[in-house]
Design a protein around this ligand. Structure first.
Ligand SMILES: Nc1nc2c(c(=O)[nH]1)N[C@H]1C(S)=C(S)[C@@H](COP(=O)(O)O)O[C@H]1N2
Ligand SMILES: [Mo]
Length: 408
């Protein structure tokens, strides 16, 4: 959210000093210990984040996942009471909308019907959740659901529809509506090798928890979290080609893609001369993919930090190896069953996985006494080093981060 405390980290121009304390707390590890960073990357960064350990970004008063008992049933947020309504938005607004959208068969689908569809049409993929306004990814899951395109096909003939917008439960209070949208094309067509928009009802092999947006949540793989509407209940098909995202009204670029970026999670605050400084973090693969992660060591005086030279002494960091899929996926789920993996070999089409995170680590041995900043950056498949490509800040956070180490 815009008020997230992690947005006000101290900065000097484009340099973002990572707050190791808050990030380490997220990982539930002690901060500032040399030993901490030495934990193997595979242990520090398990493939899947347990559903209740995602960093939660939810609006509404009360937040829908705090409802219980009858209130939860009245909200339509139990598997027995949940329904998804799909209808045309028939508004006209010349010259933008000249002809109203038409939907042959408006629908109201219940949870068992959606699950039944999933038996023949279900898909699974791994994706990290990341907020446009918070640097660190919120968590990573194995999501399962049915394609938005398959659900829309149930509506029969649809005409004059250029955009799909959708909302979740909002306490029956129009002021609390939080909605998002995709274009008709994005909903209906998926480029080969890309991941489709789905209506997700499972996370990590379990029914999607209320906190993560259950019974059913929209999942837009290439986008930041605000497109992945939780507690999904309504879909409108409209001839208004403009984005209808609540996030757009909050000064965010509603059409942004996930950005490739490396983030720093932890490292020692203080070490003794001659000891090694090992830092680590996560890299997220955005629309432009990940080629590598690099780090740069810079000696500093006082509190001043300069932007490191793009062509400076950047060294390639180690990216976590792909995990043992059998051990990392929920029981009974094979990597070959997942989108983004080869159906025969079970190998992923890229590593790090598309729209997912992996851990990275770097070690600087034998540091002499002094103060240092260690910077980290990703380099994408187009050869761009973070923070490039640098669009406006309201299209996702990919500022350069650094970690400070005192060698005493
Ligand atoms: N209904 C609803 N869906 C929502 C939100 C919300 O406030 N209400 N927040 C969005 C934002 S901005 C983000 S970043 C993600 C966060 O997902 P998470 O809480 O599962 O980590 O949910 C998105 N979906
Ligand atoms: Mo967000």
């Amino acid at each position: 959210m815009n008020s997230d405390p992690r947005e006000s980290l101290s900065r000097r121009r484009f340099v973002e000093l990572a707050s190791v304390g808050s990030a380490a707390a997220m990982l539930k590890t002690p901060s500032g210990l040399a030993a901490e960073a030495v934990v193997p990357l595979s242990e520090a960064y398990p493939l899947l984040t347990p559903a209740d350990e995602f960093y939660d970004v939810s609006r509404g008063k009360p937040v829908p996942h705090s409802l219980t008992g009858d209130a939860l049933k009245e909200a339509g947020l139990t598997p027995e009471t949940w329904r998804l309504d799909i209808a045309a938005d028939t508004a006209v607004d010349p010259p933008v909308i000249q002809i109203p959208a038409q939907v042959e068969q408006p629908l109201s689908i219940d949870y068992p019907t959606l699950l039944e569809m999933g038996k023949t049409h279900g898909v699974k993929y791994i994706k990290a959740m990341q907020c446009l306004n918070i640097s660190e990814p919120l968590g990573q899951g194995l999501w399962e659901g049915v394609l938005l395109s398959d659900v829309l096909r149930l509506c029969g003939e649809i005409e004059h529809v250029r955009r799909i917008y959708y909302r979740g439960f909002h306490n029956n209070d129009p002021k609390q509506i939080f909605q998002s949208s995709v274009s008709y094309t994005q909903a209906m067509e998926t480029p080969p090798g890309e991941l489709p928009v789905i209506l997700a009802y499972k996370l990590n092999g379990e029914p999607l928890s209320l906190e993560r947006g259950g019974p059913v949540r929209m999942l837009v793989p290439w986008a930041h979290g605000f497109k992945s509407i939780k507690w999904l209940q309504q879909i409108f098909l409209t001839n208004d080609y403009r984005t209808n995202d609540t996030y757009a009204l909050q000064n965010n670029d509603p059409e942004s893609y996930l950005k490739t970026a490396a983030y720093i999670d932890g490292g020692p605050a203080q070490i003794r001369a001659g000891e090694a400084a090992t830092i680590r973090g996560q890299v997220i693969s955005g629309i432009s993919g990940v080629a590598r992660v690099e780090t740069l060591l810079q000696q500093v005086v006082g509190d001043d930090a300069d932007i490191p030279d793009e062509k400076g002494d950047w060294k390639e960091a180690t990216i976590q190896s792909p995990p043992d899929w059998k051990k990392s996926l929920p029981k009974g789920i094979l990597s070959a069953d997942l989108l983004g993996f080869d159906a025969k070999t079970g190998e992923p089409s890229s590593w790090p996985l598309r729209y997912a995170t992996a851990g990275w680590g770097a070690t600087y041995p034998n540091l002499a006494r002094g103060s240092y900043l260690i910077f980290a950056r990703s380099v994408d498949q187009n050869g761009f080093a973070q923070p490039e490509p640098r669009a406006i800040r309201k299209s996702g956070k990919n500022m350069l981060q650094s970690h400070r180490v005192e060698v005493v």
